[in-house]
Design a protein around this ligand. Structure first.
Ligand code: HEM
Length: 120
């Protein structure tokens, strides 16, 4: 199913982009401030959300299904941890902490998506 493939593509792009930007932020590299690097994640994440909603509609899955709800809540946590890692935290150690926590939440969402189970 094309929609599902697109969703997974956006998921992988989002995760890879987040991983790379985290490394750049922690090491204080200049490329993370580049306009494209700042805009692209929003494009990718919008694609991820649009395909997610389209999947719910086409597969007739309720957003209140436990594993979908777990993904939505985890996504909010992932976004918040990203804001802490990239905008609020000032020291490399704190940036790294929030970045690692966000990556763990990402891995959780991946596990939930594949198993359709909140607890894997
Ligand atoms: C909160 C927003 C999201 C919603 C509503 C959502 C919804 C869905 C739906 C309905 C499917 C299809 C399930 C099926 O085939 O039965 C799916 C698949 C998938 N989602 Fe998401 N998703 C969201 C975010 C994410 C995120 C953030 C990730 C990764 C961290 C992710 C990873 C995946 C993966 C890997 C699959 C494919 C699973 C498989 O091949 O069986 N999704 N998602």
């Amino acid at each position: 199913m094309l929609l599902l493939k697109l969703h997974v593509l956006f998921v992988l792009l989002s995760g890879f982009g987040f991983f790379m930007r985290g490394l750049g932020h922690i090491k204080g590299q200049a490329w993370v401030q580049h306009k494209l690097v700042r805009i692209l994640p929003h494009v990718v994440d919008t694609g991820l959300l649009v395909t997610a909603i389209a999947l719910l509609v086409t597969l007739e899955i309720s957003p209140l299904t436990d594993w979908v709800l777990a993904k939505i809540i985890a996504l909010i946590a992932y976004i918040a941890l990203g804001v802490f890692a990239f905008k609020i935290a000032k020291t490399p150690a704190r940036k790294a902490l929030f970045w690692v926590l966000a990556l763990l939440v990402f891995a959780y969402m991946y596990g939930v998506a594949i198993t359709h189970s909140v607890t894997w």
